[in-house]
Design a protein around this ligand. Structure first.
Ligand code: TYD
Ligand code: MG
Length: 452
């Protein structure tokens, strides 16, 4: 085949080249590391058009903020660090069916009020997209739809139209005909993404790229895509629940710790501006054993989330340990501290811990709520239902300070909590405030949170 001559196989570990695919790299011996590439993929790159110009003294480099424009979705702008940067390539990853196409189609419709947007889908026909768009919002002629999977054809359209914004849904369906491998393979995904990156930079088009997450939780192969693009967003949540969290994990143009919260409805995703109230909405009143409320901080925003734990005597064999929304290893550590420093005999019990609402929390400040929920379930006594908690737990059983106390406390009281428990160190300026309770050890904290 003639197309064979245009590609080569490259080892991702050591860079060894081969004319054909091999299961094992002859250079370094790694299995399955050879990826197909175009022989001369970067032929058209011209450094001056990549936004880079001539070397110049540091003192003469402009420090003005990059111009950004709003996506018209406040939560999306927040996560992007204040809007979309022209000519940037943004990857939106997430499980299939989580709402990536919905989110980007909505953003496209809103953007089409003020500029042209090209929405390219390799998954749906233009008719299907229109039907969906009908449900989501206004239909405006500024939104152009294209059903296409050939990256070169798509590039031609993009160059011709040069819209300020384009959406490519999804990278896994795009293919370059020069490559022999199938769409969705690492070689194809990488080649197509590289081509889109060049296109974004040379034409100044902001491109959103949809990427489905594979079973291993990565976007097509060993995170190849994440390294190439400017910004990586993930849309996550439990498909059976309504909340969707948009999270930034990489951003060349801003911070990565902001999250955006949406609720999936019959007419698309709705922005949630007061997430804490939503996350607590189904909380059982009156206090059920095994539930505690963590006052977490996501980026600059406080988020109150219910942590649930179930501790029950194990049958035969190794006790089961399961977590959802919180870090498994963190729970193991807290369990060990509870055994050793508080004297709870958890070793022979099954343990389940869950952050309600499908949100993923990875902040150590939620330790205290996890410990309280576990202890509460173990002792079958409820945690004070009007108390919010924040504190990191140390290996010696001490309660450590957390950052952003002011914001956490304010949010909790705003939502009607009467008491807030935290480490004595972090409460320094607040000890006089009514409702603030402090503890220096986990044992003391548990006594304050769970009444016997
Ligand atoms: P979709 O955006 O197609 O997911 P992805 O592109 O990430 O694969 O979302 C699909 C799900 O969203 C589907 O299960 C139906 C649901 N949905 C709604 O609940 N409301 C809506 O208005 C739309 C368009 C979809
Ligand atoms: Mg989709």
């Amino acid at each position: 085949m003639s197309m064979r001559t245009k590609t080569k196989y490259l080892c991702q570990e050591c860079g060894q080249q081969s004319a054909r695919w091999l299961g094992r790299c002859p250079g370094c011996g790694t299995w399955n590391s050879l990826i197909e590439e175009c022989v001369n993929p970067r032929k058209e790159v011209n450094p001056s058009s990549l936004g880079g110009d001539l070397p110049r003294p540091v003192t003469e480099v402009s420090v003005l903020e990059e111009e950004r424009f709003s996506t018209e979705l406040g939560e999306m702008d927040r996560v992007l660090g204040g809007g979309l940067v022209p000519g940037s390539l943004v990857l939106l990853g997430g499980d299939p069916g989580i709402g990536k196409s919905t989110l980007l189609l909505q953003a496209s419709q809103l953007l089409s009020r003020k500029m042209q947007v090209l929405y390219v889908s390799g998954e749906e026909s233009t008719r299907q997209i229109r039907l969906r768009a009908d449900r989501l919002g206004e239909l405006l002629p500024g939104l152009l739809l294209l059903s296409e999977t050939d990256i070169d054809v798509m590039e031609r359209h993009l160059r011709e139209l040069a819209p300020p914004v384009a959406v490519i849904d999804s990278i896994q369906t795009m293919y370059k005909s020069d490559l022999g491998s199938a769409p969705g393979s690492v070689g194809q995904v990488r080649e197509c993404a590289a081509q889109l990156m060049r296109l974004a930079k040379t034409e100044g088009i902001s491109i959103f790229l949809v990427g489905h997450v594979t079973k291993e939780g990565v976007i097509a192969g060993p995170r190849v895509l994440e390294h190439m693009v400017d910004t990586v967003l993930y849309l996550e949540g439990d498909r059976h629940q309504f909340f969707r969290i948009l999270r930034c994990v990489k951003n060349r143009f801003g911070s990565t710790n902001e999250i955006g919260i949406f609720e999936m409805s019959g007419s698309g995703l709705i922005e949630v501006t007061n997430p804490s109230a939503l996350f607590l909405i189904h909380r059982s009143q009156g206090g059920v054993p095994g539930s505690a409320v963590a006052a977490a901080l996501e980026g600059s925003r406080p988020l109150l989330v219910e942590i649930q734990a179930l501790v029950s005597p194990a049958g035969y064999g190794t006790p089961r340990r399961m977590t959802a929304g919180v870090d498994y290893n963190r729970v193991a550590l807290i369990t060990a501290v509870l055994e050793k420093r508080v004297g709870l005999n958890l070793g022979s019990h099954d343990i389940y811990v869950n952050a309600v609402g499908g949100v993923k929390l990875d902040e150590p400040a939620i330790d205290l709520a996890i410990a309280c929920a576990l202890t509460s379930s173990f002792r079958d006594k409820p945690v004070d239902s009007e108390m919010a908690l924040a504190g990191e737990i140390g290996l010696t059983g001490e309660l450590r300070p957390v950052t952003g106390v002011e914001k956490r406390v304010k949010e909790a009281f705003k939502l009607g909590f009467k008491r807030f428990l935290l480490s004595g160190q972090s409460a320094a300026d607040h000890t006089a405030d009514t409702g603030i309770l402090t503890a220096d050890t986990l044992a003391t904290a548990l006594d304050l949170a769970i009444k016997v």
